[in-house]
Every structure is written in structure tokens, then in C-alpha cells.
Design a protein around this ligand. Structure first.
Ligand code: UTP
Length: 290
């Protein structure tokens, strides 16, 4: 079955990026000239997704406003003859179908995904965590890579990449059964293991293609670490019932939900932007000695 829909959870508190995220969701922080979530929507569109479902926190409308049209701004740009910017602004609100669902209480990522159950229905779907910025400028978008793996191998597919051994404590880590090329058959998933106990260095990162069975599992999943309904816990249960694969995607990932990750993502995006030459010259001219 085709993967037509993507769920973008964006209702978290973003506590690692306070106070910037006090009044705006971290997904609205800009990367160069666009909010983080717009990169995720563009990645979804470039991956063949036709319907985006964004999970937002009740009472926070910035993301909804961003994807809505803005008649007075458009009129203002038109009157001044800024046609390029007018096109850019209109394109944002013209992306396929963007639907919003509310998460009333921040009960975790698994709970946020569950909020999209009715809109997704009985079909496989992608989950995109937009604060995991995935860049693959000369290749396939990461979501597309996962969808292709799902079409070939069926079952659910989660994005993984090798991390430094000392960093395994920050991620969900795969216990791999078998590796073949980029595909990894999974025996189990371990959430934030110690360096000694980690079964591998393959970390789960923010892209998934899941079968609708995950909703049944999420409904049965009780609160785990941090009192939250964890998507990782639900995927672990799913492994016992259906095939779940890891896919070692091609591309660079930045955790833009942290200060340092956000800074790195800005540099990476800027070096691919129309200001790249000037920016590169600026960086080269910096005195970077200690
Ligand atoms: P994170 O753990 O990165 O988000 O969740 P957070 O809780 O916002 O951030 P910190 O840890 O406090 O800094 C991963 C994704 O899941 C969403 C977040 O918006 C982010 O995209 N999320 C998380 C929800 O939509 N709802 C939740 O209850 C929790």
C-alpha cells in the first residue's frame, strides 16, 4: 500500500531550548530563512506524501498560522511588486493538504502520534520529527528512502544511523538480528542504554514508516520513562507482532531541538543556500584559534 500521509508531532514543550521556546514551539525556530517545520513539510512533499498531519499543542497557533494564507501580507507584497517573495509566501500555504490535530496534554511522543489515528486511518504512514533535521542535498530525502524500504520489504521501517559509542546513552539503540546492506532486521530496541550495555551503536533517529497496527499498540501502551507514552515502547511491542526494520539512511542529521544542534544545522543549511559563497568566506575569515 502506498504511503500517502505523514504525521509531524510538534506539541512538545522543547524544554532543552528554553527560553527561546517559551512562547513559540521549537518547530517554529528558523533555520536560515524558514521555520524548522517547513523543512520537514518540504521533505515530506519531495517524498511523495500527499497529506500532512501536524500535531500541535492546544493554545499554540503559530504553526497553524504559518501554513495558512496571509491575505494582507500578500496584498502588501503585490502592491510593492515583490513577486518573488509573494510566490515564496503563497507556496507555503499551497502544499497539498495540511491538517492539524491537538494534543491537549504533553503525554509524550507516542501519545502525540496516537492523536493522528483517525486522520491516518487504516494505512501505513510516515512519522517525521522535524527537530531532527535530515539533509541529503544531492540524494533522496530521508523519508523517501524509508518509504522505498517499506515498499520493498513491507513491515515498519525506522531510520537509524551509527553514533559514537559514548553517545548511545542519548538514543534508542537497536539490538540487531541481521544486517544486509542498509537494512537491519531488529531483535529488540533498548532506550538510552549505558555504554557497556548497548547492544550496538545503531541509534533510532526521527523518521519512521509505521503500519497502522501501531495505533492499537499505542492504545495499550502505558506511561513509561518520564511518565510519557513512548513511541519506542510501542515499537518494541510491535516487533513481536510484525516485521520491523532499521534502515541506515543516507544523509546528515542535526538535532535542532538543542542549542548546539540548531547552530550546526544553521551552518549546514547556510552552506547550501544562495548566500553560501559569502558565508563560506566569512567562516574562513574567522579567527578560530583558542
Ligand atoms: P522531544 O523529546 O524532542 O520533545 O520529542 P520535547 O519534549 O518538545 O523537547 P525537550 O526534550 O523538552 O527539549 C520529539 C518530538 O515529539 C514531539 C516534539 O514536539 C518533538 O517534535 N512531542 C513530544 C509531542 O508532540 N508531544 C509530546 O507530548 C512530546
Amino acid at each position: 500500500m502506498r504511503v500517502r500521509k505523514a504525521v509531524l508531532p510538534a506539541a512538545g514543550f522543547g524544554t532543552r531550548f528554553l527560553p527561546a521556546t517559551k512562547a513559540i514551539p521549537k518547530e517554529m525556530m528558523p533555520l536560515v530563512d524558514r521555520p524548522i517545520i517547513q523543512y520537514a513539510v518540504e521533505e515530506a512533499a519531495a517524498s511523495g506524501i500527499e497529506q500532512i498531519i501536524i500535531v500541535i499543542a492546544t493554545g499554540r497557533s503559530a504553526i497553524e498560522d504559518h501554513f495558512d494564507s496571509n491575505a494582507s501580507l500578500e496584498r502588501w507584497l503585490e502592491e510593492r511588486g515583490d513577486i518573488d517573495m509573494l510566490r515564496t509566501i503563497r507556496r507555503i500555504s499551497e502544499f497539498g493538504t495540511v491538517a492539524f490535530v491537538h494534543q491537549r496534554e504533553q503525554l509524550g511522543l507516542g501519545h502525540a502520534v496516537l492523536m493522528a489515528k483517525d486522520l491516518v486511518g487504516d494505512e501505513p504512514f510516515a512519522v517525521i520529527l522535524s527537530d531532527d533535521v535530515m539533509l541529503n542535498p544531492s540524494g533522496e530525502p530521508v523519508t523517501r528512502q524509508l518509504i522505498d524500504a517499506h515498499v520493498t520489504h513491507r513491515g515498519s521501517v525506522i531510520a537509524v544511523q551509527r553514533v559514537d559509542r559514548q553517545d548511545v546513552t542519548r538514543y534508542g539503540i537497536l539490538d540487531p538480528l541481521h544486517e544486509e546492506g542498509r537494512l537491519v532486521e531488529i531483535r529488540n530496541l533498548v532506550e538510552k542504554p549505558s555504554v557497556e550495555d548497548a547492544p550496538s551503536d545503531l541509534a533510532v533517529l526521527g523518521r519512521y514508516v509505521l503500519t497502522p497496527k501501531i495505533f492499537d499498540v499505542l492504545e495499550q501502551t502505558s506511561r513509561g520513562a518520564g511518565g510519557e507514552i513512548q513511541l519506542t515502547d510501542a515499537i518494541r511491542t510491535l516487533i513481536g507482532e510484525q516485521p520491523v526494520f532499521g534502515y541506515q539512511f543516507e544523509g546528515t542529521r542535526h538535532d535542532a531541538g538543542t542549542r548546539l544542534g540548531w547552530l550546526k544545522a544553521n551552518v549546514a543549511v547556510a552552506l547550501e543556500s544562495e548566500d553560501a559563497d559569502e558565508f563560506r568566506a566569512y567562516i574562513r575569515g574567522l579567527d578560530l584559534r583558542d
